[in-house]
Write a protein that binds this ligand. Structure first.
Ligand code: SOE
Length: 396
């Protein structure tokens, strides 16, 4: 049994992300040596029956029906925010000001203004050793972490092209009911912030370059949808056709944009991005391809244990090599199974907890910081601004 000091977690929200985070808090100390021992101390949700059931199912010691109680409790060290974006700023700032570490789901906020206030609060709190991180979990997929390692090692040379797509199809059915993800006042944006944000963060992180300008198009294909009670999760496949009351969709269904990167010392790369939840047949195709002067990398989350690599130093007919990112020397992999057994979606969340708890234990700023997430928020805002102005080029 570990002698590490406990890190007592209070989580707000218990839907899809709450379940993914709970799994990570439970599992991380069982596969990684951590400087602090996470404890699932309390979960908060407005519905007393629902949060009690979630606590029993997900393994939380106690429940609250008001997140503010988590902030007040002196037996909680870290607040984990797994709620829609309209609540991130209020909860995170209150937690940081109360001296509690924060893990906040992506995107950081629903506006640049909120993200700026959150970043200021985070930087102020960090001076007192109170840490914060934004949950861009795909950085912790071993294959994408290996891609970043290859770029840092110079194996691609200078990056010229970035190609990022995030394709899902769970909204393809026009009768799929309304969810909070389709209500701008809750989610801030649609495919752009929900999944496009992952592509923006991953592209900037793997390349080490920030986006400095964009030209964009946003489209809403289905302007209203059947209301389905209190459905708050992903938009299941509604059988609510006919005369069910319908709600207005106030966000984008799809986003496409071109981008210029800052080059981080060399000529900046150019990029093309796409995010949609209408790509029939694509279930969670978070894809990234980089083309550099010495080679190329390609990743597709639907084959998440593989990184494809083309090395220009090899004979041209060598083609792309499929690297199975399942070796002990690959990022995170050595703590799991013997070579070749592969990992899944949930492991990114576990690795996120590992890196967060380790940084807190060592008194270091976890990554991505709120400032990193603010940069993503600025790109999201630039995309929306460009799309609202005839796709005119918009500086970030
Ligand atoms: C829905 O599009 C979603 O759940 C995103 O909100 C998550 O961030 C992503 O990891 C999976 O898809």
């Amino acid at each position: 049994m570990t002698t590490a000091k406990p890190l007592r977690v209070g989580m707000v929200g218990y839907a899809f992300m709450g379940a993914a985070h709970s799994q990570a808090w439970r599992t991380a100390p069982r596969f990684f040596d951590l400087p602090l021992q996470p404890r699932l101390t309390a979960v908060a949700g407005r519905n007393a029956e629902g949060v009690r059931a979630a606590a029993d199912k997900l393994g939380w010691e106690s429940v609250e029906t008001d997140w503010r109680r988590l902030i007040e409790r002196d037996d909680i060290d870290l607040i984990d925010i797994c709620t829609p974006g309209d609540t991130h700023a209020e909860i995170a700032i209150a937690a940081l000001e109360a001296g509690k570490h924060v893990l906040c789901e992506k995107p950081l906020a629903n506006s640049v203004e909120e993200a700026e206030r959150m970043t200021l609060a985070a930087e102020t709190a960090a001076k007192q050793g109170v840490m914060s991180m934004c949950g861009f979990s795909y950085r912790r997929t071993p294959a994408l972490a290996l891609a970043r390692r290859f770029v840092e090692q110079g194996r691609l040379g200078e990056i010229r092209h970035v190609r990022a797509q995030y394709l899902q199809d769970w909204l393809s059915d026009a009768n799929a009911p309304m969810t909070w993800r389709l209500d701008k006042s809750k989610s801030g944006s649609g495919s752009l912030g929900d999944i496009g944000a992952h592509s923006i963060d991953a592209a900037q992180w793997v390349t080490g370059q920030n986006i400095t300008g964009v030209s964009a198009l946003l489209e809403t294909f289905v302007p209203e949808r059947p209301l389905a009670g209190d459905l708050v999760g992903l938009g299941g496949h509604g059988d609510l056709s006919g005369d069910a009351p319908r709600g207005k969709v106030t966000v984008d269904d799809a986003a496409v944009f071109s981008a210029k990167f800052d080059g981080a010392g060399s000529a900046g790369a150019i990029g093309v991005f796409e995010a949609t939840r209408y790509a029939l047949g694509r279930k969670n195709a978070m894809r990234l391809e980089l083309n550099g002067t010495k080679g190329s990398l390609a990743f597709d989350f639907e084959d998440m244990n593989v990184l494809s690599f083309y090395d220009a130093a090899e004979s041209p007919d060598a083609g792309f090599r499929k690297i199975f990112v399942t070796e002990p020397e690959h990022p995170y992999v050595g703590n799991w199974w013997p070579t070749g057994h592969g990992l899944g979606y949930e492991h990114g969340f576990t690795h996120q907890v590992v890196d967060l708890v380790t940084a807190i234990g060592e008194g270091r700023q976890p990554e991505p910081s709120f400032a990193d997430a603010l940069q993503v928020q600025r790109v999201l805002a630039a995309v929306e601004s460009s799309a609202g102005n005839s796709s005119q080029w918009q500086k970030v």
